[in-house]
Design a binder for this molecule. Structure first.
Ligand code: UT7
Length: 330
């Protein structure tokens, strides 16, 4: 009998309606469309507006739409994992709240925090539960309301990020599925990308708020240097490990942080732009949601057996790559 693999058997995204354009950002900070497009490839991003709405609302919407699309009852789901750096609260886990809002019942659920690589970390965790035979249907959600931690007076970061969520369903398959995963981390990268206050080292106070320490801090140039090499390195490593060349790979699904980082990774893999999923111009960097949002947008074009490489780099630093064979046709 063939080996049981975890396979993605459904995907669904959710994007808030409000579109924040480069033209609108030009009115908020000293920036311009030409700079943003040439340095990042971002034209617009989505923002979740509405009092009391958080990451879980986008995640729950993606989950509910996925279950409806797949005609699966919420009671069939065994486990939900949510990757996010913008949880609704420090605790409880946003995954718990998504389960409640999507009517999934009292199933196990937890968050995974690995910033922009969060979806790959959560996916790899989900794979283990399927392959061990412990669970049959696992939901992996990548969701971030980045607008809740973006400083809209800091032109170097506010142009980059957007809000969004997407969910994938994992089930066991014997023909096609997820074949390999490489994950890495380097805590020393914290100095270049972090949120200074609000955690146990520097709890929230009047002063931390006045000093604007609850927003994303990023030394973009240094993060760029690591991102551009590490993401390409790990994509190349997973290809070599699995004896793949550029000709074998149907699609690269990269984390959408900067078009220049994506182009460098594709070049190293020997892939033309036509085989790279890219929607950064529409949504910017939605952190844990970028990769599943791409899979959702390209779902109709994917064929059974397509060899796909997912690759990400982000805060931590964390980075990684997943190699899978697409398991269904829409
Ligand atoms: O997903 C998580 C991981 N994050 C990443 O992968 C992000 C990696 N970093 C990057 O993508 C890039 O570093 C950025 C897009 C953030 C910045 O691009 P850069 O080419 O590294 O620009 P820079 O930070 O070196 O800034 C160049 C210049 C500076 O002016 P001076 O010092 O040369 O006069 C900045 O002040 O551009 C200026 N600048 C801007 N100008 C107009 C910075 N932000 C802006 C802006 N509009 N929004």
């Amino acid at each position: 009998m063939s080996e049981l693999r975890a396979a993605i058997t459904g995907v669904q995204g959710y994007l808030p309606d409000y579109i924040l354009t480069n033209a609108e950002l030009e009115k908020m900070v000293d920036t311009n469309d030409e700079w943003i497009m040439s340095r990042t490839g971002i034209k617009e991003r989505r923002i979740l507006k509405g009092k009391g709405l958080g990451t879980s609302d986008m995640g729950a919407e993606a989950v509910t739409r996925l279950l409806t699309k797949k005609n699966i009852s919420p009671s069939e789901i065994d486990l939900l994992i949510c990757a996010t750096v913008t949880p609704d609260h420090q605790f409880p886990a946003t995954a718990n709240i998504i389960c409640d809002k999507a009517g999934l019942g009292e199933i196990p659920s937890f968050d995974v925090g690995a910033a922009c690589s969060g979806f790959l970390y959560a996916l790899t965790t989900g794979i283990s539960f399927i392959e061990s035979g412990r669970y049959q249907k696992v939901l992996v959600v990548g969701a971030d309301k980045m607008s809740s931690i973006v400083d809209y007076t800091d032109r170097a970061t506010c142009v980059l990020f957007g809000d969004g969520a997407a969910a994938v369903l994992l089930e066991g398959r014997t023909e096609y599925g997820i074949r390999d995963s490489i994950l890495r981390s380097m805590g020393a990268g914290k100095q270049y990308l972090h949120q200074k206050a609000g955690g146990s080292v520097l709890p929230a106070s009047k002063k931390t708020v006045e000093d604007r320490l609850h927003y994303i801090y990023q030394d973009g140039k240094n993060v760029f240097k690591f991102a551009v090499t590490k993401m390409a390195d790990v994509a190349e490593e997973i290809m070599k490990k699995n004896q793949l060349t550029g000709d074998d790979v149907a699609w690269l699904v990269p984390h959408q942080a900067n078009k220049r980082i994506i182009d460098a990774t594709a070049r190293r893999m020997g892939l033309p732009e036509s085989q790279v999923m890219m929607n950064i111009h529409k949504y910017g960097n939605t952190t844990a949601a970028t990769i599943p949002l791409c899979l959702w947008e390209w779902e109709k074009q994917l064929k059974k057996g397509d060899k796909i490489i997912l690759a990400a780099f982000g805060g931590g630093f964390t980075w990684g790559a997943v190699y899978l064979e697409w398991a269904y046709e829409d």
